[in-house]
Design a protein around this ligand. Sequence first.
Ligand code: ASP
Ligand code: MG
Length: 413
Amino acid sequence: MALIVQKYGGTSVGDVERIRKVARRALATRNAGNDVVVVVSAMAGETNRLLKLTNEISRRPSEREQDVVVSTGEQISVGLLALAIQELNGSARSFLGHQVRILTDSAFSNARIRSIDAAKLFDSLKRHEIAVVAGFQGIDEQGNITTLGRGGSDTTAVALAAALKADACEIYTDVEGVYTTDPRVCDRARKLERISYEEMMEMASLGSKVLQIRSVEFAMKYKVPLWVRSTFSDDPGTLVREEDKAMEDVLVSGIALDRNESRFVVRAVPDNPGVAARIFGALAEQGIVVDVIVQSPAREDGRTDVAFTVGRPDADKTFEQVKKIAEQLGAGKVEREEGIAKVSIVGVGMRNHAGVAAKMFQVLGGEGVNIRVISTSEIKISCLVDEKHAERAVRALHTAFGLDGPPKRGQEG
Ligand code: ASP
Ligand code: MG
């Protein structure tokens, strides 16, 4: 007998028939002799609809009230799922975030979980119920409703699994697991049987949106084994877990593609202490997340070029800010460029193997793809390239690093 936390995403509870299917799956797990806690997201499209309503009422909605509104999507799905389980003669009880006391900080729309009071859930399990918990929401010290950021139900599930010391956390979604790359880009993408937390974190931050990145951080910290699997099949999915020896033997585990990048170059920046802090401090103050940053070595005239990328939605705001700062610093012109994509290879095996970067550059060169900017971490190499070449680059790298499986046709997605 095990304690299992299952999380079902928006498409898995997208309509009444699907909710019934989830109810059957949860009940089957319960009837196999396990304790089951289920976390659900809002029905597909619901959170977007609610956000839109708040934006129709107000151009700058108060974040507190916005959270009150957008958290309701999950309230509907927990109630419906508990009912569906009861209709199958199972016993179930729904819980909202505040009812299990998922305590968070007060960062509305992006709150972090501080603690969870597991007692209520253990009581529920003792009564042989399936506990159905609303994802995405919590409550702060003052009793305000908070939400955990888009995709936050994943984090609710992992945090519950950690608090309950669950034997497994299963994330049910509309794909069969984590893939070597996006199957829509490369029809030879393969589902991975296993991937390490660290690799998954890089893949998630690089735009492969199977899991909310915070949920992976949480899982890594508390060593919660995570299964990513499909609601619509019996495939075991992908296991996200601690790194082991066999994982290190694989050079590259996956290739991520992030299309949403805008590139900026601030030319002829005076090479003085504090200059980078001025530029990036100003962006941070505006809540702009900067991705790749490259500063060139100072030239003979004592000036340097600073290049960086931000997500396209932040590009206008960034341009405005940076032009202002550049003027104050007495720097040269600010260049802005759209249509940039970031192609990254990820793998823990890179730590102990030489030549991975060289091979990546050879492959891109061989495809005639020009590399605009390179950045690396211990287990990742990223290249900025023109977006029009990005998909071809991904496919070529996928083949070159031995990731190709048999071609698939008619991928869902
Ligand atoms: N319903 C929320 C969202 O759409 C949380 C989630 O789905 O995990 O972002
Ligand atoms: Mg999701």
